[in-house]
Design a protein around this ligand. Structure first.
Ligand code: X2X
Length: 331
């Protein structure tokens, strides 16, 4: 930044002045959950850190509920890719229409636990996904956490695949349509911003989302009775920046922005894991009936969802899936 400010002061580089203005610049960040979630907390932390490290020259205005895309959670990444939006906090499944490879993270039962997850996001698979997204104009600054997605509904406790039969399920993205179909459920893709009222009005019977990042802060327990901790799919979030904007910054600014994002996502992940670890007790207190399947019962869900794993492994690309699996097994 200093370098540019000096150049601008000397009147040497008119172009450089438009790239890194000496006065404060406000950027726009979009995400599609509401302002109580850990996505929002991560975005706020990012802004706080960036403001501090830039000495007030950079700050971020956060737009929750996908306001900038009229509630369309899939469109945000596309806008960042085109350079018409600066930053996004979004999750893997939301990016799959633009980048089908992103579905790799959320393949049913790819991961067993947080160690598996961390091995991939901090290793070669995470780097590979950054390269793929950069080709679409999105620079991933840091991975954070939506989490393991758990199923809720209003009809009955879900203990086995057969219990999913006929349930009307709201899902976020195309891969989950296939997973739900494999389970005999009746899935429907719907924006997250429309889901609470759809659950309340009985338009759908159920949904699936992570406990700490979304179910608790967005009070899904107020409109859902049963929850099963089946851990069927993991969903990371990330802070992404438009490549156009990224390329306009000098190396020093890039390092500053990336450090702020990394620290913010580390914080966001910690908060999310803490909320999740206390989540079952909290949700039970709120009146939900929570079922925690045994290892054998989990295995039955794994078997039942395997057709969706296999067809999406083909779409994602077998080499990419193998890279994730090798990292998980080696970790
Ligand atoms: O829509 C969802 O279910 C959410 C909030 O988890 C995502 O954005 C993927």
């Amino acid at each position: 930044l200093k370098q540019f400010a000096t150049a601008a002061a000397l009147g040497v580089a008119f172009a450089a002045a438009t790239l890194a203005p000496a006065s404060a610049e406000t950027f726009r960040l979009s995400h599609n959950t509401n302002d109580t979630t850990t996505w929002q907390k991560g975005a706020e932390k990012f802004n706080e850190l960036l403001k501090e490290s830039s000495g007030g020259e950079m700050d971020i205005r956060i737009f929750p509920n996908a306001q900038l895309t009229g509630g369309d959670q899939m469109k945000q990444a596309e806008m960042v890719g085109r350079g018409s939006l600066d930053f996004v906090v979004t999750s893997a499944i939301n990016v799959t229409p633009l980048v089908p490879e992103m579905a790799v993270f959320s393949l049913p039962y790819l991961y067993s636990d947080y160690d598996d997850v961390d091995a991939t996001t901090s290793g070669a698979p995470g780097e590979k996904m950054k390269e793929i997204l950069a080709e679409k104009g999105i620079v991933v600054l840091a991975w954070g956490e939506n989490g393991f997605r758990e199923v809720t509904n209003n009809v009955k406790p879900v203990k086995a695949p057969a219990d999913m039969q006929g349930l009307k399920m709201r899902v976020a993205g195309p891969m989950y349509i296939d997973v739900m179909n494999a389970l005999g459920a009746n899935p429907q893709q719907m924006q997250w911003t429309e889901t609470f009222s759809a659950l309340q009005q009985g338009v759908v019977d159920g949904q699936e989302n992570p406990i700490g990042a979304v179910i608790i802060p967005q009070r899904v327990y107020e409109v859902q009775k049963y929850l099963t901790t089946w851990h069927y799919s993991y969903d990371p979030i990330f802070i992404g920046v438009s490549k156009q904007l990224w390329d306009s910054w000098d190396a020093e600014t890039q390092t500053m922005v990336r450090s702020a994002a990394e620290e913010a996502m580390t914080y966001q992940k910690d908060v999310t894991r803490k909320e999740t670890s206390e989540g079952v007790a909290f949700l039970t207190e709120q009146g939900m009936e929570v079922y925690e399947p045994t290892a054998e019962e989990i295995d039955a869900f794994r078997q039942a969802t395997k057709p969706a794993f296999d067809s999406w492994a083909q779409k994602v690309g077998p080499d990419l899936v193998a890279l994730f699996q090798e990292t998980i097994e080696g970790g």
